[in-house]
Design a protein around this ligand. Structure first.
Ligand code: SAM
Length: 288
């Protein structure tokens, strides 16, 4: 039976049985993305007949979802700060929590004309590209080591902010010649290696390179200031996303690396989420 209403209800039940709580919404998103059938159309045209091709395609997607693959990979995109970013296997799915890093960066860059900003560990590019969109005068550099992730980052920046410069590089080994930066932003891998196996099943589909922050989860926080403080202007901003229990350790690392005005910002759930610090010297825009 190819009737939309019948198929919809079978697919919803399959996802429900697989433990997916928002099953109806997910089937609607797949139908809209792959068949151009919106929820409104489904509700107003329950007798609509799906073609065999449409049924085959949605069945394959439902099977992948039942196996635990993230919905965002099936849709091929996800939203961050109100903009759609292309995603897929090999790139981290942008998280709403990371918007705090962007908000803090934008607040700290206020009053600095044409700021120069580096987004380390850029992944989809959601952090740096959003800064570039919100600050059209900013010069933004996106650095990412993985070629799979870099391909998504490139596609996203071409769509939203083509003037951003994409640099495929290992940010622990090189600053790629960047200097005089007003801000270095990073959402690096920060999960302790031993915790990776305990993550939610869906997260296990995301690249290990995007998650594994070494034995204690802190290795990027130790190494980034050692290399990147030099690329910042005096008074320049280093801002990183952190895990909920890493604030104390990351603040101590930043202070031991000579950063000043070190502080933590919480997310809207009340968890420590971002650590900020500045290189010593005049804050950008500050008059001596
Ligand atoms: C936690 S994800 C963050 C992605 C994106 N910034 C976001 O917030 O959604 C970390 C990213 O760092 C990249 N990465 C890991 N090691 C790196 C390195 N040494 N140099 C540059 N990028 C690296 C991973 O490939 C991954 O895309």
């Amino acid at each position: 039976m190819n009737r939309l209403e019948n198929r919809f209800s079978t697919w919803r039940q399959r996802l429900n049985r697989a433990g997916i709580t928002n099953a109806a919404n997910e089937v609607d998103l797949l139908l809209e993305t792959y068949c151009g059938i919106s929820k409104t159309m489904r509700l107003t045209h329950p007798d609509l007949l799906l073609t065999e091709d449409q049924i085959g395609q949605i069945q394959r997607l439902i099977a992948r979802r039942e196996a635990g693959e993230p919905l965002q990979y099936l849709l091929g995109c996800w939203f961050f700060y109100g903009r759609r970013f292309w995603v897929g296997p090999g790139v981290l799915i942008p998280r709403a929590d990371t918007e705090i890093l962007v908000e803090q960066a934008l607040a700290q860059l206020q009053g600095i004309p044409s700021p120069r900003v580096a987004d380390l560990c850029a992944g989809s590019g959601c952090v740096g590209i959003t800064v570039a969109c919100e600050r059209p005068d900013a010069q933004v550099f996106l650095l990412e080591v993985s070629s799979q992730a870099a391909a998504y980052c490139k596609k996203n920046k071409e769509e939203w902010a083509p003037r951003c410069q994409m640099i495929q590089a290992d940010v622990l080994c090189t600053t790629a010649g960047l200097e005089g930066l007003d801000a270095v932003l990073a959402n690096p891998p920060y999960i302790p290696t031993g915790d990776l196996t305990h993550l939610q099943q869906e997260v296990q589909w995301e690249p290990r390179l995007a998650l594994d922050g070494s034995e204690d989860g802190l290795s990027f926080y130790r190494q980034i200031p050692l290399l990147w403080n030099e690329a910042l202007k005096p008074g320049g901003l280093l801002a990183v996303e952190i895990g909920f229990d890493q604030a104390q350790a990351v603040c101590a690392i930043f202070q031991s690396c000579g950063l000043v005005q070190v502080r933590t910002v919480q997310d809207y759930g009340g968890n420590d989420r971002v650590v900020l610090g500045r290189t010593p010297g005049l804050a950008p825009g500050q008059i001596e």
